[in-house]
Design a protein around this ligand. Sequence first.
Ligand code: ZN
Length: 347
Amino acid sequence: MTLLSNPIPHRPRVFLPGDVPAGVHKDIHAYRPTWLASRPTIKPRVIVVHTNGGSGEGSYDGAINWSNGGDSRTHAHYNLNAPTPSKSMSTALRSIANSTASSIEQEYGLPDSSFWSISIETADRGYKNGGGVDLGDFLYDHDELLARIIAYESIVWDIPIVVPERFGDPGVVTHTEPWPYPYFTTVSGKTCPGTTKKDRVLRGDILPRARQIRAAWLGEPPTEGEEDMPKYVNRRNSDTRKFGPVKSGTYKFAISPQYAPATAQMAVMTFTAKGQGHIAVRRIGDEQANTAVVNTSGGWENGSQMVALRSEPMAWGDVDAAHFEVVVENSGAQPMDFVVDVQGYWG
Ligand SMILES: [Zn+2]
């Protein structure tokens, strides 16, 4: 039995740095407010899997209390501990869980890995509790939750679910494999997350399961192929909606009926946003609709995503097929402004 025979979990309503997939608790203000306020924003491209490595199995509250005991202690984005495996902070903020030696930073011309990674701490039985050098497998259903998290964050940040071939390239890694000290750790001799978890993440069923979930959530075939790529059939249609200034919340808008031609199933939406935060867009009433995300961190920035208009070709003037909701996570002090521009359609 592998995770691949599990049912597909419910598709999340939105994909955002501060939100979660089914089974993972949303606790993004777990860490002390003064510490959280000091963290810079990041755009992660690598997911790093860790193990607790304590003397025994730790609880979720225990993990948070320990982190909050010192500003330089480990503060992971996710803490998969019983009884409430959780997302403990937004993945748009820099966590503390892995770091890179300055010699490696210079060799690769990269900043510390904490500026471009998502950290996931996972529970183990502990080195004094039969764990030994290899701290063993994931506990409870945390392997399934890990796969869901990888699928979820891969959609939020457009991260490929692969083991990267070169240090710094996007993908999924463990704390000390494929790259040992001093790439993702400055502690010589570290073996986190242990041989069993490394095998399952890098060579086992975790990444295939994450790819399976991602494909189901996006309504895509699980295999990749150039021949299936859709092409533009109509670039004339466009419509623009301006929003703002807005704070966090959910807003609704509709594309004008004349911009919803027959046969259109997908649209390219371009977002121009100002402020600090994240915006997700989805079509109302379609659970299979793609979510589009744009991440901004200051001035006007552009982002674009392909979003589903509907699963079946729609008729001219089918207004219901062109209603969208915009979910805004405003992480800055000022309200955000943004523009959604529907540029074209695929047939
Ligand atoms: Zn680690």
